[in-house]
Design a protein around this ligand. Structure first.
Ligand code: RB5
Length: 148
């Protein structure tokens, strides 16, 4: 599995923590910034990661900003992306199992490093359950393709 990772200036600490986690788990990833604490525009980072996941160059993406909300909204504008805003461990597993989410976003102003790490680990190691959930995910794709 290859993971694309990025944050804006509001999410650098969680991004660093998750990079360490993926090093420990032996998960291949690429860090797409941002570089410092100077203010940047989160949609630029969301688009970069979302395009890499939607194209198949990367299997999954992790996006961090202050709230996680802006990253999630922006990533979901890219066709083929199912981005989930996750701030608890139950949802981390459920959004893989039920929604086949290919991106998660988290907010560094919302949760601490320990919980973010736990959420990322659960999400990275949980599988889509398919079957009846596949039916709903296919409906989401139909909405995206405007084949209602
Ligand atoms: C940046 O100040 C902040 O708006 C951003 O990190 C994020 O919270 C947006 O949703």
């Amino acid at each position: 599995m290859k993971v694309a990772l990025a944050s804006d200036h509001g999410g650098i600490n969680i991004r660093t923590e998750i990079a360490h986690l993926m090093d420990e788990l032996g998960i291949e990833y690429q860090d797409f910034g941002c570089d410092g604490e100077t203010s940047v525009d989160y949609p630029d980072y969301a688009l970069s990661v979302a395009e890499k996941v939607a194209s198949g160059e990367f299997d999954r993406g992790i996006l961090i900003c202050g709230t996680g909300i802006g990253m999630c909204i922006a990533a979901n504008k890219v066709k083929g992306i199912r981005a989930a805003l996750v701030h608890d461990t139950f949802s981390a597993k459920a959004t893989r199992a039920h929604n086949d989410s290919n991106i998660i976003s988290m907010g560094e102003r919302v949760i601490g490093l320990g919980l973010a790490r736990e959420i990322a680990q659960i999400w990275l190691t949980s599988e889509f359950e398919g079957e009846r959930h596949g039916h709903c995910v296919n409906k989401i794709t139909k909405i995206e393709n405007k084949h209602l």
